[in-house]
Write a protein that binds this ligand. Sequence first.
Ligand code: ADP
Ligand code: MG
Length: 196
Amino acid sequence: MKKSLRTSVLAMRDMLGIEERCQKSTLIKEMLFGLNEFHSSSNILFYVATKSEVQTEDMIRQAIKQGKRALVPITDAENKRLLISELHDFDLELEKGAYGILEPTKIYQRLVPLDEVEMIIVPGVVFDLHGHRIGYGGGYYDRMLESIGQNKGTKACLIGVCFECQLVDTIPIEKHDMPVSRIITEERVIMWRRDI
Ligand SMILES: Nc1ncnc2c1ncn2[C@@H]1O[C@H](COP(=O)(O)OP(=O)(O)O)[C@@H](O)[C@H]1O
Ligand SMILES: [Mg+2]
């Protein structure tokens, strides 16, 4: 069920043309940059988009320009974990790592502990209206988000970003699936769990 939903929504996302994807990604960026929580966060973990995902390059560049501390993941495929690294220059510091995703090369890795992160922009293949998500199937974000909220020292605002075509009413979730507290699409910001 999860698998078939993942496959069918990915196919829909892949059908968006490049131009449409860029336009929608710009709208998502503008909504993100308009959020109060965004203004009050200095340490923001973005993801570096791959394939037909919501594009994040402009978000990262703009955040750096605004003086934010822009953080990006480094994939530790062996342990199925994400490390977090501070990025200073989008043009200079990235190269393809695991799964072909851009990540900081060794000399530009500046590791940052998760408890310093105030906001996490969470990618996903499918989201539902309760904030549940399906990823590519590696469980990477679930493992990282596990310690947020429960571990009282770590409290970051989790923002899922996706296109409208990736939203469904309900996702069949498992115990380890970690929900987000906001979802931004090209049309709206969906908010709940206002406590977070
Ligand atoms: N916190 C976790 N600890 C250990 N294993 C996990 C954790 N989160 C997910 N996993 C494992 O990772 C695999 C993929 O998780 P899944 O939720 O299906 O992927 P995704 O969230 O990428 O769609 C599953 O086998 C799941 O048991
Ligand atoms: Mg999951």
